[in-house]
Design a protein around this ligand. Structure first.
Ligand code: SF4
Length: 916
C-alpha cells in the first residue's frame, strides 16, 4: 500500500476543497466534469463508499410535501425500496418568476427531512381500533374497516334519530392542512351537517386587527415579496426558527440593503441577525406601535394623498355622539352605510364613494379634496374628520410616555418610525403569535395605521401575515361545490371557550379590578358580551353536542386550562371518533381511531399562501398497515352510512335551509361514484379549480407541482406571472374599494362596544399578563423550532436537539433566586394547576419570564399535565362584534381567537414542590 506523504496529503486536501472525491475520479464543483489522474484515484480502499451508496438504492420514486400546519409546502422527492421510504430529498425545481428575484428553491426544514423515519415510529396508527378500556386508558382492540365504519355509521344514525342533525362535531383540525385531506373532512361535514369550527381562530391565528382595518385578513403576500423591501419589520415572526423555507428572502433583502428590525421579548434566532432588535416588554407591543404612529404624525411623515383616497380617516364623525355621519342622519330613509367627507375645495360635505351602500364602486376622488382636519357643520350637525380623533388618541402615546410600558428608548422609537416612513417599500411581516395576545388586535390595528399613514400598501409594502385564502382555495372549492350543502360553521376560539367552559378558569385566575384597569373590561363584562354576541346571532356557537368525529385536531394538547379535556369528553359522551396519522394526546381518548395515510402514502395536493406552486403528493409508497387517505376513508364511511340509512328506512332530515340525505350521502360525496380514490380527488382539484387554469394533471404529476401564474385569487393582488403576490394592488392602483363598511382602510369603528371600550380608533391596551393575576411571572409559549406544532414533537431526532424532554427557558437570575439548576426539574404552577419540566437556564429571556416552546404533548409530561394546564384564557370583546359592516362572522377571517400568552405563573424546584 502506497502511503500518502504530507505533500500528497495537502495536495489531496486542497483538491477536496474545490471538488468531490469519487472512487476513480475527482468531480470539479465548478465544471461538473470529472478530473482524471488525481491523487484521489490512487486512494487505496474505496469499499466503504458502497455502504453509503446503498443507502440510496431504491425501486420507487415519487413526489410529496408535508401536509402539516407550517405553510412551507416544500416539494420533496421521495425514494422508496420494497415499499419502505428510505429517504427524502428537496426537489428544488421551482422556476424563477423574475430575473431579479431569487427563486424559492430549495425549500425544506429539519422536521420534514426526518419524516421518512418518523413515519415508522411507534406512534403511527396502523389499523382501525376500538377502545376496550376506559377512555384514555390505552386499551384497544384491532377491528376491521367494515366493523369500524358499520358501528360508526349506525351510531351517527342513532344520534340523528334521537337528537337530530347538529349534535355532531365533524371537525378537521390543523394537523393536516393539505387541500386533499382538509377538503375530504370538510366535504364530509358539509353533507352530514356537522359542526366545523374555524380552525384558524381555534389556534389563535386570526389576524383581527388586520381584518378590522382591511376587511380581509386572507389577502397577503408571497414570501418573495419581502425581497425587494427596503424596510422589514418582523413582528412576532421568528423566521429563522419557524419559517425556515422562506427566511432566505429576509436575509437576501438585507444583503440587498434592506433594514431588518425584529421585535420579541426574547433574544431569538432571528433577532441575532437583525439590524435592530426591539426587545419590547412582554405584551407591551401596542404601546410601541402607537408611539411610532405618534412620531409619524408629530413629524408630519404622513402621505396625505394616500390617506385621503384610501382610508376612512376622511369620514366625518358627529361631535355629539361620536358616530360616523350617515345618510340616515341627513335624510328620512337614508342609508346606514353611506358616509361623508368634507371637500376642502367646495366647502361642503360630499358623499364618500366606495362604501357598502354607495353606488360608486371606485375610490378615485376626482376633483374632491377631503379634509383631514377641521371642524364643520353639516346642517345642524357638528362634525370632524375621523383623522382628528385618530390623531388625538395617538398624541397620548408619545415615545416618552410609552417608554416605561414598552421598555424601548424614545430615541430608538423615533429613529425606527422615521426609517419606516421614509422607506420606499416598508413591510410589517406579522407572525401568528400576535393574534394569540389579548391585545393583539390593538397591535395589528396600530401597525396597519403605520402602513396606511405612510402609504405602505400594495406595491409599496404593507401589513402582511403569512396567510392567504389562495393557499386554501382548493379546499373550499371542493367543500362547497355542492349547492345547498354546508357544514355548521362555528367560531373557533369562542366555540372552544364556550364548550370548554373556560370562563371558570378565567374567573379563578384574574383579579377583576386589575383586569379592567389593564384591558378595559373585566371577566363579567366579557362574559356578558359573549352571551349577547351568541344569543343575538352575531357569532355562531352550537349547543347540544353529543359526539365528535375529529380529523387531525389535537385539541387536548392545544386547549387551555386544567379541565378542558374532561369537559369535552362529556360533550362527546355518545361517540368520539379520531381520524389521525398518529396517536396524539387527543386520539388517546377516542372510542374509535381510524388510521389516515401519511404524507408519503396517499395522493394529495397542497397550496400555500407563501409561494405560487401547488405540490402534488404522488403516493410513492402504500399506506402503512391498513391506513387510508382521508378521502378514501370518508368514501368508505359514507358508503356504510348510506347502506345503513337505506336498510333502516331513513331518508332526509330537514336541517334549517338544508336537507341532510343520509340515504344518498355516499353518492353525493363521491359525485355519483366518479371520485372514489384520493388520486381521482386530486385530479378533479387540479383540473377544475380555476386557480390552476386548466393545467394538465399528467404534466403536474410528471414534475411534481402545478403553478398559479395568473390566478383569480386573491383578487386584490392582481396575480401576474412576473411579480411576487402583494395584496391590495387592485385597491391602490385601480381604486377598487376595500371589503370594508366604508370601502376604505378602516381606522374608525363607531360600534357601541368599540365606543364603550374606548377603542373607536387605534389605541394601546395592556395584555392581561401576570399583573392581572396573583402570580409574578409571564408565561410565554412561542412556536417551537423542533416540531410543526405537536407533529414531530416527540420525534427522537428532534428530541436530541432540545434536551430530550419538555423544558422551560428561564434566566440565570431567576434560576439563582429560586435555587434552580440548569437541567434540574421544576414545577411551574399557579392556582389553576401545575406541570413539571426541565429547567433550561439561558441568557436570552427576561428575569420575569418563563418561556416554553409550545405544543409539547401532555403524554410527554408527568401525569399527562400539559403546559396549558396553567393557562387561563380570555376572549377579546372587540372580536365578538358581528353586526357592523364587515365586522360579521366570517369563517377563517373574523371571529374571536383563542388566546395563549396571558397567564401569570410561579416556578420552583420540583424537589421542593408543594403538590397543588
Ligand atoms: Fe417544508 Fe413544512 Fe415539510 Fe418543513 S414540514 S419541509 S416547512 S413542508
Amino acid at each position: 500500500m502506497k502511503k500518502l506523504d504530507r505533500r500528497d496529503f495537502l495536495k489531496t486536501s486542497s483538491l477536496a476543497g474545490i471538488g468531490l472525491l469519487g472512487a476513480n475520479n475527482t468531480w470539479s464543483l465548478t465544471t461538473l466534469e470529472p478530473i482524471h489522474d488525481t491523487p484521489g484515484a490512487d486512494y487505496p480502499y474505496r469499499g466503504w463508499e458502497e455502504v453509503y451508496r446503498r443507502e440510496y438504492e431504491h425501486d420507487q420514486v415519487g413526489f410529496s410535501a408535508h401536509c402539516v400546519n407550517c405553510h412551507g409546502n416544500c416539494a420533496f422527492k421521495i425514494l422508496a425500496k420494497d415499499g419502505i421510504v428510505i429517504r427524502e430529498e428537496q426537489l428544488a425545481q421551482y422556476p424563477q418568476i423574475a430575473p431579479d428575484i431569487p427563486d424559492t428553491n430549495p425549500r425544506g426544514c429539519q422536521k420534514g427531512a426526518i419524516n421518512s423515519q418518523a413515519m415508522y415510529e411507534p406512534d403511527r396508527i396502523r389499523y382501525p381500533m376500538k377502545r376496550v378500556g376506559e377512555r384514555g386508558e390505552g386499551k384497544w382492540q384491532r377491528i376491521s374497516w367494515d366493523q369500524a365504519t358499520g358501528e360508526i355509521a349506525d351510531k351517527i344514525i342513532d344520534l340523528y334519530e334521537q337528537f337530530g342533525p347538529g349534535c355532531l362535531a365533524t371537525h378537521t383540525g390543523t394537523g393536516t392542512v393539505s387541500n386533499g385531506k382538509l377538503a375530504a373532512g370538510m366535504r364530509f361535514a358539509a353533507f352530514l351537517g356537522g359542526i366545523q369550527e374555524d380552525a384558524l381562530t381555534d389556534v389563535g391565528d386570526g389576524q383581527a386587527g388586520q381584518y378590522l382595518a382591511f376587511g380581509d385578513n386572507m389577502q397577503n403576500a408571497t414570501s418573495d415579496a419581502w425581497f425587494d423591501a427596503d424596510y422589514l419589520l418582523l413582528s412576532f415572526l421568528n423566521v429563522n426558527a419557524t419559517r425556515i423555507p422562506d427566511a432566505h428572502y429576509v436575509w437576501e433583502a438585507r444583503y440587498n440593503g434592506a433594514r431588518v428590525v425584529t421585535t420579541s421579548p426574547d433574544y431569538n434566532p432571528t433577532a441575532i441577525h437583525a439590524d435592530r432588535w426591539l426587545n419590547v416588554l412582554p405584551g407591551a407591543d401596542p404601546f410601541l406601535y402607537m408611539a411610532m404612529v405618534h412620531t409619524i404624525l408629530e413629524e408630519n411623515l404622513v402621505d396625505r394623498d394616500f390617506v385621503r383616497e384610501q382610508t376612512d380617516l376622511v369620514l366625518l364623525v358627529r361631535d355629539d355622539n361620536g358616530k360616523l355621519l350617515r345618510a340616515s342622519d341627513l335624510q328620512e330613509g337614508g342609508a346606514e352605510d353611506v358616509f361623508y367627507f368634507w371637500d376642502e375645495k367646495s366647502g361642503a360635505a360630499v358623499t364618500a364613494p366606495g362604501s357598502m351602500g354607495s353606488e360608486v364602486k371606485n375610490l378615485a376622488l376626482g376633483n374632491f379634496k377631503p379634509a383631514l382636519e377641521g371642524s364643520f357643520s353639516v346642517g345642524k350637525i357638528a362634525v370632524q374628520p375621523a383623522f382628528v380623533h385618530m390623531r388625538a388618541e395617538a398624541m397620548k402615546f408619545s415615545p416618552e410616555a410609552t417608554r416605561e410600558k414598552s421598555g424601548i428608548h424614545p430615541d430608538i422609537v423615533r429613529d425606527e418610525a422615521r426609517r419606516f416612513a421614509s422607506a420606499n417599500k416598508a413591510v410589517v411581516a406579522s407572525g401568528f403569535a400576535s393574534a394569540k395576545m389579548l391585545n393583539g388586535i390593538y397591535t395589528q390595528w396600530a401597525q396597519c395605521l403605520m402602513c396606511a399613514l405612510t402609504g405602505h400598501v400594495g406595491e409599496r409594502g404593507g401589513y402582511w401575515s403569512p396567510f392567504s385564502l389562495w393557499g386554501f382555495e382548493s379546499t373550499f372549492f371542493m367543500t362547497l361545490i355542492q349547492p345547498g350543502k354546508m357544514p355548521r360553521l362555528e367560531c373557533g376560539g369562542l366555540g372552544e371557550f364556550v364548550h370548554g367552559q373556560k370562563i371558570i378558569e378565567a374567573r379563578a385566575h384574574y383579579d377583576n379590578d386589575k383586569l379592567k384597569q389593564r384591558a378595559g373590561f373585566d371577566v363579567e363584562e366579557m362574559q356578558h358580551m359573549i352571551e349577547e354576541s351568541i344569543h343575538s346571532g352575531q357569532m355562531p356557537v352550537y349547543e347540544g353536542l353529543k359526539g365528535a368525529i375529529l380529523q387531525a385536531d389535537n385539541k387536548f394538547t392545544r386547549n387551555k386550562g386544567p379541565h378542558y379535556r374532561e369537559r369535552m369528553l362529556e360533550h362527546f359522551s355518545e361517540l368520539f371518533v379520531n381520524v389521525n396519522v398518529r396517536m396524539d394526546s387527543t386520539a388517546i381518548y377516542a372510542d374509535y381511531v381510524l388510521p389516515a395515510a401519511g404524507h408519503y402514502e396517499g395522493w394529495d395536493m397542497r397550496t400555500t399562501p407563501l409561494h405560487r406552486f401547488g405540490n402534488l403528493f404522488t403516493a410513492p409508497v402504500k399506506p402503512i398497515g391498513e391506513a387510508k387517505p382521508e378521502w378514501e376513508l370518508y368514501v368508505l364511511l359514507t358508503k356504510k352510512i348510506q347502506e345503513r340509512a337505506i336498510a333502516r328506512g331513513i331518508s332526509s332530515y330537514q336541517d334549517g335551509p338544508f336537507t341532510r340525505d343520509l340515504h344518498t350521502i355516499h353518492d353525493d360525496y363521491t359525485m355519483g361514484g366518479k371520485l372514489m380514490t384520493a388520486k381521482e380527488q386530486v385530479r378533479f382539484l387540479v383540473e377544475n379549480n380555476p386557480q390552476f387554469q386548466g393545467q394538465s394533471f399528467d404534466e403536474a404529476v410528471d414534475k411534481g407541482f402545478v403553478t398559479m401564474w395568473e390566478s383569480p385569487s386573491p383578487e386584490s393582488a392582481k396575480v401576474t406571472p412576473d411579480k411576487p403576490v402583494k395584496a391590495w394592488r387592485a385597491q391602490v392602483e385601480d381604486k377598487t374599494p376595500y371589503p370594508t363598511l366604508s370601502g376604505r382602510i378602516t381606522f374608525y369603528c363607531d360600534h357601541d362596544w368599540y365606543q364603550q371600550l374606548g377603542s373607536s380608533v387605534p389605541t394601546a391596551r395592556d395584555n392581561a399578563g401576570p399583573a392581572a393575576s396573583k402570580y409574578p411571572y409571564t408565561f410565554y409559549t412561542p412556536h417551537t423550532r423542533w416540531g410543526i406544532h405537536s407533529t414531530w414533537r416527540a420525534n427522537k431526532y428532534m428530541m436530541r436537539l432540545q434536551r430530550g424532554e419538555p423544558n422551560v427557558y428561564i434566566s440565570a437570575a431567576m434560576a439563582a433566586a429560586k435555587g434552580i439548576e440548569d437541567g434540574g426539574q421544576v414545577r411551574v404552577f399557579n392556582g389553576l394547576g401545575e406541570f413539571y419540566a426541565q429547567a433550561k437556564v439561558v441568557p436570552t429571556v427576561r428575569d420575569n419570564q418563563v418561556m416554553m416552546e409550545h405544543a409539547w404533548e401532555p403524554y410527554q409530561m408527568r401525569d399527562r399535565k400539559g403546559l396549558n394546564t396553567v393557562v387561563a384564557t380570555l376572549i377579546q370583546p372587540l372580536e365578538l362584534v358581528g353586526n357592523w359592516g364587515h365586522l360579521k362572522f366570517d369563517f377563517y377571517k373574523w371571529n374571536p381567537n383563542q388566546l395563549s400568552n396571558e397567564s401569570g405563573v410561579d416556578i420552583e424546584r420540583a424537589d421542593q414542590a408543594q403538590e397543588a
